[in-house]
Design a protein around this ligand. Structure first.
Ligand SMILES: NC(=O)c1ccc[n+]([C@@H]2O[C@H](COP(=O)([O-])OP(=O)(O)OC[C@H]3O[C@@H](n4cnc5c(N)ncnc54)[C@H](OP(=O)(O)O)[C@@H]3O)[C@@H](O)[C@H]2O)c1
Length: 278
C-alpha cells in the first residue's frame, strides 16, 4: 500500500499517516510495532515518557525494513528542557532506540510554568545541525508559543503534533500551523475511548463510502491536511487504519465532521497553557 507523503519546511518527507505507540510495551509492544511496520506504516511515534523506546528499536531491527524508509519520531520530556539536559535526553533516546539518528524529535509539551521551552528548542536546533536529528518540531504548542520560539531562533518547527479529533478539531491552531509553514500531526486522532463512531456525520459517511467509521475519521484528518498517528495493538485494525487513500469525503462531509467540535472536547483537559507533564 503506497502512502502519500508531505514535504516539510526543511525539505524532508513525512508520510501522510503514522503509527502511535502509546502505551505499547514489553514483548506484546514489540510485536504490535513490528506488525505495524509489516502492514506498511513507515512513520512511528514514540516518546521518552512512553517508556517504550527500547521496544520500538527492537521492532525496527526485527522488521527487516531499511532504516532510511522509516521516519522514527520521539519526544523530549518536560523535565529535560534545560539546554544540556535536552542534549543528554536526545542521546538517551538514541541509545535506547539503538539508532544513530532520529528522523523527527519533538518537544513533548511546552510546560510554560517552567519557562524553558525556548532553551529546549535551541538545543534541538543545534542537534539538527549536528545531524543527530533530521527534523525538529514541537507538540502541544499554541500559536503564541510557536511564535516565541521562531522569534528567538529564526527556526520554525517542521511539525506541531496536537490533540485533534472530531470533538476537538483545533481550527485555530491548525490555522496558525498553516500560516507558519508547520505541518500538523494529530494525536488521539480517532478520539481514543470517546471515539465518535456513532455520530451520524461519521456513521452515515461510512455507509455511503463502504468503509468503517474509523476510516472516515482518519480520512477527515488527511483531508484537513493533518497527519494522524492512530494506535492499535490489533493487526487487522492497523491495516484498516492505514487504508484511507482509496476514497474521498465531500466538502460537506468534512464540514459536518468538523462541526462535531465543542469547546470542552479535549480528552483530559490537556490545555498547553496550563498542563504540566514532566
Ligand atoms: N503528543 C502528545 O501529547 C500525545 C498525547 C497522546 C497520544 N499521543 C500519540 O498519539 C497516538 C495515538 O493516540 P491515542 O492512542 O491516544 O488514541 P487513538 O489512536 O485515537 O485511539 C487508540 C484507541 O482506539 C482503538 N482503535 C484503534 N483503531 C481502531 C479502529 N479501527 N476501530 C476501533 N477502535 C480502534 C485502539 O484500540 P486497539 O489497540 O485495541 O485497537 C485504542 O484503544 C499515541 O499512541 C501516541 O503515540 C501523543
Amino acid at each position: 500500500m503506497a502512502i502519500p507523503t508531505h514535504t516539510l519546511n526543511d525539505g524532508t518527507a513525512l508520510p501522510a499517516i503514522g503509527f502511535g505507540t502509546y502505551p505499547l510495551k514489553g514483548a506484546d509492544g514489540v510485536a504490535a510495532v513490528q506488525s505495524a511496520i509489516a502492514v506498511g506504516y513507515r512513520l512511528i511515534d514514540t516518546a521518552v515518557n512512553y517508556d517504550n523506546e527500547r521496544e520500538v528499536g527492537e521492532a525496527i531491527r526485527r522488521s527487516g525494513v531499511a532504516r532510511e524508509e522509516l521516519v522514527v519520531t520521539s519526544k523530549l520530556p518536560g523535565r529535560d528542557h534545560a539546554y544540556d539536559d535536552a542534549v543528554a535526553s536526545v542521546h538517551g533516546s538514541l541509545e535506547r532506540l539503538g539508532l544513530v539518528h532520529l528522523d523527527l524529535h519533538l518537544i513533548h509539551w511546552p510546560n510554560p510554568s517552567r519557562g524553558q521551552y525556548v532553551d529546549a528548542w535551541r538545543a534541538l536546533v543545534d542537534l539538527r545541525e549536528q545531524g543527530l536529528v533530521r527534523s525538529i518540531g514541537v507538540s502541544n504548542f499554541t500559536a503564541a508559543q510557536l511564535e516565541r520560539i521562531i522569534e528567538a531562533t529564526g527556526v520554525a518547527p517542521a511539525v506541531n503534533q496536537i490533540e485533534l479529533h472530531p470533538y476537538f478539531p483545533q481550527v485555530e491552531v491548525r490555522g496558525a500551523n498553516e500560516r507558519l509553514g508547520i505541518r500538523t500531526e494529530s494525536w488521539s486522532p480517532l478520539g481514543k475511548r470517546q471515539a465518535p463512531f456513532a455520530e451520524p456525520a461519521v456513521a452515515e459517511a461510512a455507509e455511503r463510502h463502504g468503509v468503517t467509521p474509523g476510516q472516515v475519521i482518519l480520512r477527515w484528518q488527511v483531508q484537513l491536511g493533518s497527519v494522524p498517528i492512530p494506535k492499535s495493538a490489533t493487526p487487522e485494525r492497523q491495516r484498516q487504519n492505514l487504508d484511507v487513500f482509496g476514497f474521498e469525503l465531500s466538502d460537506d462531509e468534512v464540514a459536518a465532521i468538523t462541526a462535531l467540535g465543542r469547546p470542552d472536547g479535549r480528552l483530559f483537559g490537556g490545555d498547553p497553557d496550563t498542563h504540566e507533564e514532566m
